[in-house]
Ligand binder design. Structure first.
Ligand code: PLP
Ligand SMILES: N[C@@H](CCOP(=O)(O)O)C(=O)O
Length: 571
């Protein structure tokens, strides 16, 4: 059943390039910047943003809000040890009084404060007496098992996945405005660890970890690129690209890995028997794992499908001292192997099957809302592979809404490569069935995944947000990435998948011209220069390279140089 329409760079130089360009740029706000300036950098105000008044506050539409589909952490039965306190009702609920004291005011005089005062400004009033707490609970509604975050456990009693469940009653003791102020106050600061985009939301992520156990590289706070020109090409007025690849290891994986490695660091300090942290990877999880473990001094092991990841990705864990295993299988094969290994040996699993990862990744949603002055976009378009990220995003939006910081959920569109499209195939069947596929080779190599671990998480997120799934062919992926590059981006092929899906959804009128849309760019283009170079050299098989821009080799004579310029500019 069909878904309802809802709505010549010389290649010889490539290797040298690859080795130079393996790490992407950080975009931190300068530590000395006053608060207002920090928020200004983080949340650029430009004419387009100003022309958008805040969205009207309305209660969640019954279409969007299906309690059966909510994650366990908002289910009244899922918190057996505490009376559940619905955040939306908490102002009238005597069981969870809001903390009445105003948040400490800080302004552009932040730099004048003593270190103690700065630390105090990073907390909520009376916070010491509130026990923010989280534990693991089963993802499936028919499984009541739950575990401590210090337990080494990846699956619930009945075999389904786990998720981190927060004590919403404790979080709801604070007003939405207090949370918003706190998050705004912290982002971009150097008071450890709160300046990180992830750790600025610490109470919502991993509340109990001591600050000194956190392993952070100032991840998050990534740029929200106003795609004005590309948007115009798609007849869109409000298109944005969240640049999650502008991060320490060049992908969104840093956001989850800081949480996971911090928790491992904490557990090891408390005496846990963990000899190393391991993952299966298509190249980005492994890069993040290698870097965060190296920063913490913890051994790491990465299982990589042989010859299926980019050189830049490969050299990252090598440089960071991981044990790098290149295995003659695909990602799905590596994923099976790592699950067997962590069952038997004291190696801690770092893939997104481990729900700790999603706690960091969900902060992207919070950051997006924050960058729009706490408004939620109409659509989020995200490339999907192992499918943890789409659920993480959903979880972040649900948490903000349930704690009253925002008033709606966005619709979510997952974009897949046609060559690795198991979720798309299931979507065509209204998610009534799911069959893993053998993923074929794709330029979007990091999502060459046929048996996604988080399939049920993704389906829940899509159902609850009236979401859609779209796919893109190899030529569409490369052409769209290159076309968008011409408007100032530098896209990885996975972002190309998302942009190509966006274009198709626009053509089908599923996404409207004036919808506010955020496309999630998941990795930095500099990690994927091989396919980009070949595209511009017009050497990709079955690809016309419509937006190729090859190098023009020119003799060192002014006449030749001028001829080249005239030919190019046509004068
Ligand atoms: C660059 C990039 N984009 C997108 C994805 C898809 O994310 P997820 O596996 O969470 O669906 C991955 C990894 O799978 C990735 O590395
Ligand atoms: N693209 C991923 C695939 C594994 O995803 P994970 O989020 O489950 O770790 C990678 O880079 O390895």
């Amino acid at each position: 059943m069909m878904p309802r329409p809802r709505a010549g760079i010389g290649l010889s130089r490539t290797l040298t390039l690859r080795l130079h360009l393996s790490q992407a740029q950080n975009v931190n706000v300068p530590s000395t910047a006053p608060l207002d300036a920090a928020v200004g950098v983080f949340n650029p105000i430009h004419p387009r943003a100003l022309s958008h008044p805040p969205l009207p506050v309305r209660s969640p539409s019954p279409l969007l809000y299906n309690p059966r589909m909510e994650p366990a952490f908002v289910s009244p039965t899922a918190l057996p040890r505490r009376p559940f306190c619905s955040p939306s009702k908490s102002t009238t609920n005597a069981a969870c009084p809001r903390m009445a004291v105003a948040s400490p005011r800080i302004d552009s005089n932040f730099w004048r404060l003593s270190d103690d005062e700065k630390r105090r400004a990073m907390t909520l009033p009376g916070q010491q007496s509130v026990n923010f707490h989280a534990h693991y609970a089963a993802f499936d509604n028919d499984d009541n098992s739950h575990y401590q975050l210090d337990d080494i456990v990846y699956r619930a009693k009945k075999g389904g996945l786990l998720e981190v469940e927060h004590d919403m009653e404790a979080l709801a003791k604070y007003d939405p405005s207090q949370w918003r102020d706190l998050f705004d106050r912290r982002s971009g600061r150097t008071v450890w660890p709160y300046g990180s985009g992830v750790w600025s939301k610490k109470e919502w992520v991993l509340p109990s970890i001591p600050d000194e156990d956190v392993v952070s590289m100032f991840e998050g706070n990534s740029n929200l690129f106003w795609a004005e020109r590309f948007g115009r090409e798609l007849d869109m007025t409000d298109l944005w690209v969240k640049q999650c690849g502008n991060s320490h290891t060049g992908s969104f994986k840093d956001l989850g890995m800081t949480v996971l490695v911090s928790q491992v660091n904490h557990m090891i300090k408390k005496g846990a028997d963990i000899k190393a942290v391991g993952c299966a990877s298509t190249g980005d999880t492994s890069a993040a794992l290698g870097a965060y473990c190296a920063a913490a001094g913890i051994p790491s092991i990465v299982f990589l499908p042989a010859d299926k990841i980019s050189t830049a990705q490969l050299v990252q864990p090598i440089a960071n001292g991981s044990l790098v295993l290149s295995i003659d299988t695909d990602f799905d094969g590596c994923m099976k192997l790592i699950q067997q290994v962590v069952e038997e040996y004291p190696i801690y699993l770092a893939n997104s099957m481990n729900s700790l990862r999603l706690e960091g990744q969900k902060t992207v949603s919070i950051e997006i809302a924050q960058q729009f002055d706490w408004n939620v976009p109409d659509w989020i378009v995200v490339p999907g592979g192992n499918l943890g990220n789409v659920y993480a995003f959903y979880k972040g939006f649900v948490m903000m809404r349930d704690l009253g910081l925002t008033s709606k959920l966005p619709r979510i569109a997952v974009a897949q490569a046609e060559n690795a499209n198991p979720l798309y195939l299931s979507y065509l069947e209204n998610f009534e069935s799911f069959e893993p596929v053998t993923a074929k080779q794709t330029y979007a190599s990091a999502i060459q995944i046929g048996d996604p671990v988080s399939i049920h998480r993704a389906i829940r997120a899509l159902r609850a947000t009236d979401g859609v799934v779209e796919q893109a062919s190899e030529e569409e992926i490369m052409d769209t990435a290159a076309r968008a590059d011409r408007t100032g981006m530098f896209n990885c092929p996975h972002t190309g998948v998302a942009l190509a899906a966006l274009e198709k959804l626009r053509r089908k009128q599923v996404i409207s011209s004036d919808d506010r849309v955020v496309v999630v760019s998941t990795a930095h283009g500099l990690k994927f220069t091989e396919s980009k170079v070949l595209y511009h050299e017009k050497k990709l098989p079955n690809c016309a390279s419509r937006y190729a821009n090859d190098v023009i080799r020119t003799p060192a004579k002014v006449g030749s140089v001028i001829d080249s310029i005239r030919a190019h500019l046509k004068f």
